[in-house]
Design a protein around this ligand. Structure first.
Ligand SMILES: Nc1ncnc2c1ncn2[C@@H]1O[C@H](COP(=O)(O)OP(=O)(O)O)[C@@H](O)[C@H]1O
Ligand SMILES: [Mg+2]
Length: 267
């Protein structure tokens, strides 16, 4: 892992009326790392993801995405699709699959988002889009093979097991050809064997595809097994940063989070 910075969050404050979701948050993510953000429900983890992906606009601070392919992008104030095009993609805490579409169609939507055809273009199928569509088919097949869902390509998404749905969400995100993938509680609601599969898959995303991973997850076994570094949020503030060993030994973190019953919760 290099010390080359991929995402920098500098003194970001995000408010909703009187609620402060992020309070002077600073964070650095290095290119190629698996970085986790942990903390109790309501700590601001999803707000941070929403700020990095352009869904929320913090009132103060600066967020920079440094692509390998383009000059650094100042994220705050940019549209979500602009940030996604630049190489930042995500999955959502609550599944956003198209449950009436097949596994293949769901993966293809990720590829089409990226190629600029869009969902409408894909449905209209003019001559202009046919070449792009062939490419989207190729990408969809490739990402489904990667997550182990190619045999289920023609299954309707709603019929998948919970763990398979979560893998499909990762496949759809990978189809956009990202440099970094933000995973918001990817293992929420899964059983222990599905959690193990997801752990292996997330590690392969980084190791085999070179995609950096920013991870929010409540399951401490999964987080500690995957993350090289962690940030801990509490009431919108960063209260600790360090390796899994450092975080486990940090008394503030134990008091705020690790000492409480947090497993299996989701908010
Ligand atoms: N769109 C919003 N409008 C108002 N308050 C919000 C909004 N999004 C998040 N918040 C508030 O920000 C705080 C942090 O929430 P969130 O980022 O979802 O935490 P976490 O993901 O760590 O559970 C909570 O108090 C939540 O109610
Ligand atoms: Mg959340």
């Amino acid at each position: 892992m290099s010390n080359d910075l991929l995402i920098t969050v500098e003194n970001v404050t995000l408010r909703f009326g009187g609620v402060v979701s992020l309070r002077d948050v600073s964070l650095e993510m290095r290119r190629g790392e698996i970085l986790a953000v942990i903390g109790p429900n309501g700590a601001g983890k999803t707000s941070l993801f929403n700020s990095v992906t352009g869904v929320y606009q913090p009132q103060e601070g600066k967020i920079t995405f440094s692509s390998q392919k383009a000059p650094p992008l100042s994220v705050i104030g940019k549209k979500t699709h602009r940030i996604a095009r630049a190489g930042v993609t995500r999955t959502f805490q609550a599944s956003r699959l198209f449950s009436a579409l097949t596994v293949f169609e769901n993966a293809k939507i990720g590829a089409e988002d990226h190629s600029g055809i869009g969902v409408v273009g894909a449905l209209v199928k003019g001559p202009r889009t046919r070449r792009g569509e062939k490419e989207s088919d190729r990408v969809a097949s490739e990402v489904l093979k990667f997550v182990g869902l190619f045999p289920e390509a023609h299954t309707i998404a709603s019929q998948l097991s919970y763990g398979a749905r979560r893998r499909l969400e990762i496949a759809r995100a990978l189809a956009t050809d990202p440099e970094v993938i933000l995973l918001d509680e990817p293992a929420a609601g899964t059983n222990p064997s599905e959690k193990l599969e997801l752990t292996t898959l997330i590690r392969r995303v980084r190791d085999e595809r070179g995609v950096s991973v920013l991870l929010i997850e409540h399951d401490m076994r999964l987080v500690m097994a995957l993350a090289e570094r962690l940030y801990v949020l509490n009431f919108g503030s960063v209260i600790a940063e360090g390796t899994p060993e450092e975080i486990r030994a940090n008394q503030d973190v134990v008091d705020a989070y690790l000492g409480t019953t947090h497993d299996e919760t989701s908010a």
